[in-house]
Design a protein around this ligand. Structure first.
Ligand code: NAD
Length: 478
């Protein structure tokens, strides 16, 4: 379905994120016919470029990051939609040129793909130069704050110029098809919701494993670590969708109210339920974490695992285990809802222990599986085996199921439509920091050093022990 014509300005339009994700994503939406003929995309950044140079930069980015979509004609048509304007977020140069480019009477969206320290200045200048109106939406990138105080300050800077209904805090995990499918499966079926509680669910695991190290981002990453970079935002959002109560309707505030309640119900995590790690070098070519950062004594974690408790009626007694890290065995993100065993096995001890598991895979191969226990085929007697029911339904849904927009594409189109359901509200972000801050402070006060783990492994041994001591184990990272 095409969206109304819009003007989208990408501040930081020449940056890495714009080149890798935002502009190729917009190109794909264009190829799918979602962009009305006169919609425009304006790159805005500090460096001097002509519109022609910017178009060439975007052509190169599409060739590099999405060489398969569309045709050469489509590419040429898309590039014609692009303009470039040089503006300085911290000065007044260029803003009148930007104002002159705006089309009257249509949706204006401004994507702040720049360092968060510039968010306040951009918000203010959009107003002082008369570019923002009631139809204006702003999109802000992570990191949204470093702690509760800085997140509050960012929220206040934006709130000084924009209403909360105009602010879209992006978390691309929420734009993933499977994450939304999770809500459809939970709230669109009678089958799951009655079992979705501590009485039937043994535990939940959320894993986000990366194979890359911190590489060239060492200095930035070292000030943040896995807790701030991944848990406080992405894993927290996944946890909310898994654990929240059914909202009364699929509406932005109803969904976000329920997510907020989950964050507020999180218990403080004792340090014995947390494992923090740092990866070691793998040979001469792959340096370890400490060689990637300036501070050879750095206590920042590149891996974290923890056991969480959601203190409410639904989840009392069912832990949620999270883990995320760099330089792990495989690039793989998965949520697993592990159900309890049947109360009694009629098949005897030899049949083994079996549990239903619902897995929601975010990458690779987005999809869902429900593992059910069946009889092993053949004449060998009543032997049981767990097999996955594939719930991606690619075959049943036909070619449409293949043309799934990537997270950024979908989220940008939601901004144009004015749908905030998949964006974080200011109070959610603050609540997540309010939960994370004391935990971070507790290991910082003790001066805890992360434990070392091998590159290409599943993380530190201690993280395995975190589960083993509860008689559980992590699902394989593959
Ligand atoms: P980048 O350094 O590659 O690009 C920054 C952009 O900001 C450039 O276009 C630059 O010209 C512009 N800029 C800098 N100072 C400016 C000023 N004073 N006025 C106007 N423009 C200015 O950064 P990036 O990697 O594209 O990241 C942008 C934002 O997105 C950051 O907040 C980052 O944390 C976030 N982010 C990036 C990624 C990623 O994969 N790159 C992922 C998630 C979030």
């Amino acid at each position: 379905i095409p969206v109304d014509p819009f003007d989208l300005v990408i501040f930081g339009g020449t940056g890495d994120l714009a080149r890798r994700k935002i502009l190729p994503g917009l190109y794909r939406r264009f190829c799918s016919g979602q962009m009305e003929d006169n919609s425009r995309i304006i790159g805005a950044a500090r460096s001097e470029h002509s519109t022609e140079e910017f178009r060439q930069m975007v052509a190169d980015a599409i060739a590099e990051f999405d060489p398969k979509s569309g045709t050469p004609e489509m590419r040429a048509e898309f590039l014609e939609r692009l303009e470039y304007v040089q503006v300085d977020a911290l000065g007044d140069a260029g803003w009148q040129d930007l104002a002159a480019l705006m089309s009257p009477g249509r949706v204006r969206a401004f994507y702040f793909s720049v360092a968060p320290s510039l968010f306040g200045a951009l918000a203010e200048r959009l107003h002082t130069h008369g570019i923002a109106d009631d139809q204006t939406r702003i999109v802000v990138e992570k990191p949204f704050g470093h702690d509760l105080a800085s997140a509050k300050a960012l929220n206040a800077d934006l709130a000084a110029h924009f209403d909360e209904s105009q602010i879209y805090r992006i978390d691309h995990y929420l734009g993933k098809e499977t994450v939304q499918n999770l809500m459809a499966v939970r709230f669109g079926n009678m089958l799951f919701e009655p079992l979705w509680n501590a009485q039937y669910v043994d535990h939940i695991q959320i894993t986000v494993a990366e194979t890359v190290g911190v590489g060239g981002r060492g200095e930035y990453y070292d000030k943040s670590g896995a807790m701030r970079d991944m848990v406080q935002n992405h894993l927290m959002q996944l946890l909310c969708l898994i654990a929240m109560e059914p909202p009364a309707k699929f509406d932005h505030d109803a969904v976000r109210d329920e997510k907020l309640k989950v964050i507020r119900a999180l218990e403080q995590v004792p340090l014995q339920d947390v494992v923090r790690g740092q990866y070691l070098a793998a040979g001469a070519d792959e340096p370890g974490y400490l060689e990637h950062v300036e501070n050879a004594d750095s206590k920042t974690e590149s891996f974290i695992a923890m056991k969480l408790r959601v203190s409410n009626w639904r989840w009392a007694g069912t832990p949620i285990y999270l883990r995320t890290g760099k330089r792990l065995k495989a690039r793989s993100s998965e949520i697993a809802v592990v159900f309890k065993e049947t109360p009694h096995s009629i098949f005897g001890a030899d049949a083994g222990r079996h549990r239903n598991v619902l897995t929601i895979r975010l990458q690779p191969n987005e999809g869902m599986d429900l593992f059910v226990t069946i009889k092993e085929p053949g004449p060998g007697g009543m032997r049981l085996v767990d097999v996955p029911l594939d719930m991606t339904f690619a075959e049943a849904l036909g070619p449409d199921a293949e043309d799934v927009p990537d997270a950024y594409e979908r989220l940008i189109m939601d901004v144009i439509r004015g749908n905030q359901t998949l964006f974080m509200r200011g109070d959610e972000v603050e609540a997540a920091w309010a939960w994370a801050d004391p935990l971070i402070a507790s290991w910082e006060e003790r001066g805890d050093k992360p434990v070392a783990y091998e590159s290409g492994s599943t993380g530190p041994e201690e993280a395995l022990a975190l589960m083993h001591r509860d008689g559980r184990r992590w699902r394989e990272i593959r």
